[in-house]
Write a protein that binds this ligand. Sequence first.
Ligand SMILES: NC(=O)c1ccc[n+]([C@@H]2O[C@H](COP(=O)([O-])OP(=O)(O)OC[C@H]3O[C@@H](n4cnc5c(N)ncnc54)[C@H](OP(=O)(O)O)[C@@H]3O)[C@@H](O)[C@H]2O)c1
Length: 241
Amino acid sequence: MMYRYSMTSKRIVITGASRGIGLEMAKILIGKGHSVYGAVRNPDGANDLREAGPTGILQLDIGDQSSIDAFGQELASITDGIDILVNNAGITSNDLGVNRRQCNPWEIDPAIVLEETQINALGPMMVTRNVISLLEAGNNPVVLNTSSQLGSMVIGAMMPSDVAYNVSKAAVNMITVMSASTNKNVAFVALHPGWVKTDMGTDAAEMEVSDSAGAIVDSLLSLTIEDSGRFIRWDGTDHPW
Ligand SMILES: NC(=O)c1ccc[n+]([C@@H]2O[C@H](COP(=O)([O-])OP(=O)(O)OC[C@H]3O[C@@H](n4cnc5c(N)ncnc54)[C@H](OP(=O)(O)O)[C@@H]3O)[C@@H](O)[C@H]2O)c1
């Protein structure tokens, strides 16, 4: 069944919508009346997302190509277009079982760099590739690729503890600008969400998740094709490359 769609309500896909910034963005966007499709690794466990009342909950593991393919097919079976894709899901080296404080270029196992880049950079690239025809059928379509200040050459050099994470987010930035230069139908924007109090950001972080997600949503909803190829902070200002 195709869901009905009104011009004021955007059809928005958010990956990693089970917790953290992705869940908070989903809640805010649902509260604003948008149709949110939350993509999660484990739909049965996505109780917080379910309580928020999304239009759909879809299974997606961005580290697994067969899951990405099935996700694209499932999405195409429930909607004929999407207006926004938020590639939010991501990991740090901690999630791969190593201490991210000991992941500098002199100590890290290169297999960690490859796996993290596969998940953080190639995962979103392949998700986008799988749903690009749905985006091209959308209104003012936007892909927001969640990067990090640590993917910036300027900031990454000052915070060199986790080369796997920094490389993976630098790759997100490159994929974003190359997507922008090769597809003029969709806006591709890289995002630094701030240092945010989530499982990843830890309690030591600077920003509350509601402040980060609220600002990202405001910025996201004002993006147009003119913004394609930018790297922005949560508040829509330019982040240095
Ligand atoms: N928090 C910060 O300070 C900060 C700073 C800069 C950038 N970022 C970026 O912002 C994004 C969101 O971060 P966060 O702080 O909200 O992180 P988080 O609280 O750790 O949440 C991570 C989310 O990604 C999902 N995920 C992880 N691996 C996945 C996979 N293979 N397939 C699908 N989903 C997967 C998780 O799903 P499960 O629940 O299934 O594990 C979860 O929903 C990430 O891309 C992160 O790199 C965060």
